[in-house]
Design a protein around this ligand. Sequence first.
Ligand SMILES: Cc1cc2nc3c(=O)[nH]c(=O)nc-3n(C[C@H](O)[C@H](O)[C@H](O)COP(=O)(O)OP(=O)(O)OC[C@H]3O[C@@H](n4cnc5c(N)ncnc54)[C@H](O)[C@@H]3O)c2cc1C
Length: 392
Amino acid sequence: MVAEYTYDLAIIGGGIHGVSVAQAAAAKGYSVLLLEQSALAAGTSSRSSKLIHGGLRYLESAQFNVVRECLTERALLLKLAPELVQLIPFYSPIYRNTQRRPWQISIGLNIYRALGGFQQSGEFSRLSHHQWHNLDGLTTDNLNAVFRFWDAQTDDAQLTQAVMRSAQSLGAELVMPAQFIAAELDKTGATLSYQHNGRQHSCRVRTLINAAGPWVNLVLQKITPTTRQCHIDLVQGSHILLPNKLNQGIFYVEAPQDQRAVFLMPWQGNTLIGTTEHHYQGDPAKVQPLPEEESYLMEVAAHYFPHLAALKVIDSFAGLRVLPTANGSPFGRSRETILLTDRSKQPRVLTIYGGKLTAYRAAAEAVLLKLHTTLPERKAIADTRLLPLSPP
Ligand SMILES: Cc1cc2nc3c(=O)[nH]c(=O)nc-3n(C[C@H](O)[C@H](O)[C@H](O)COP(=O)(O)OP(=O)(O)OC[C@H]3O[C@@H](n4cnc5c(N)ncnc54)[C@H](O)[C@@H]3O)c2cc1C
């Protein structure tokens, strides 16, 4: 058995979770290798709704810890990455037949504000009637109330790249494109092999981080001996882009078809609308928006902004949520990040399931905490709560 290590940690996947573990581990003084099969943020981390938010709707399913953690991370990112993460007003219109009533939204926003530590960004207001005609053409037929609150927007792919640059500046190594092929676990670590530049490489690591997003269980199939895995559903979420700019901010509406929350957001001079929920089976690399998802989102847009009805979709994309298998609609399922290790006292593999773009830094800290029996003491060289992030 070889006990000499090339790296303390090897990470599979260059999405937000992989790069954030690389940053956190390098900051703690560990040697890190990150393997990404195509490009940074090529998976879900460039196909999200691009919100850095607490997730107001998670209050309905009592996910208070998720909301609190996300709001704490939002506050931190607004400080550390002001060019990448910006506050933006959100508008929540309530009509006569909207399921959520004004008093419910008001209670929700008060709880949201409290969970965010009563910061200025948690302030909200109910617009007066004469402000309604300034809302980018929002229909006012049967409108009862409009609430304005604040959350943040980012460029998810750029944020992922910025975190990787930060990790590299602390010494983490990125190999890309590099496909993880297999790993053999033993008592002292893992021997890993991967394909890069047409050649097979191998190295010895103390621990392996599986941050492969929707590919997560495919990666576990390549690890011997077999290790624990979670049963998951892949749930696709699509967005469409319309050639029209919303000037006031993000509109947070209830889909008339099924009362799900849908966002209409200004995005690079156009309007981004999402998202949907559709069970997915097959190769994660091949996920595509479906025609029925596009019509669903167009119907929502036209219902609230009739002038958008005539526009043609100029782009669309789909991403995959990784959710623990359960019965019923995915809408109310937990968005907590699940960290699963092999059962040994000194885990050799840690797998990341699910999670939020917003809480990536906290998730990475939790990963390292779980590995405290595996990783040796090292002198930290930085603290991720203090590391600025910027675009290139
Ligand atoms: C539709 C949708 C909207 C969302 N909106 C938001 C939002 O607005 N705000 C928010 O906070 N969260 C949001 N989320 C959640 C968030 O986007 C995800 O939790 C996050 O992006 C997942 O990142 P990840 O690193 O785990 O996975 P991914 O970004 O998918 O990264 C996995 C990476 O692993 C690589 N990989 C896979 N297999 C291998 C292999 N064998 N070898 C090498 N590399 C490999 C892939 O190429 C990929 O780049 C949304 C999610 C979805 C689906």
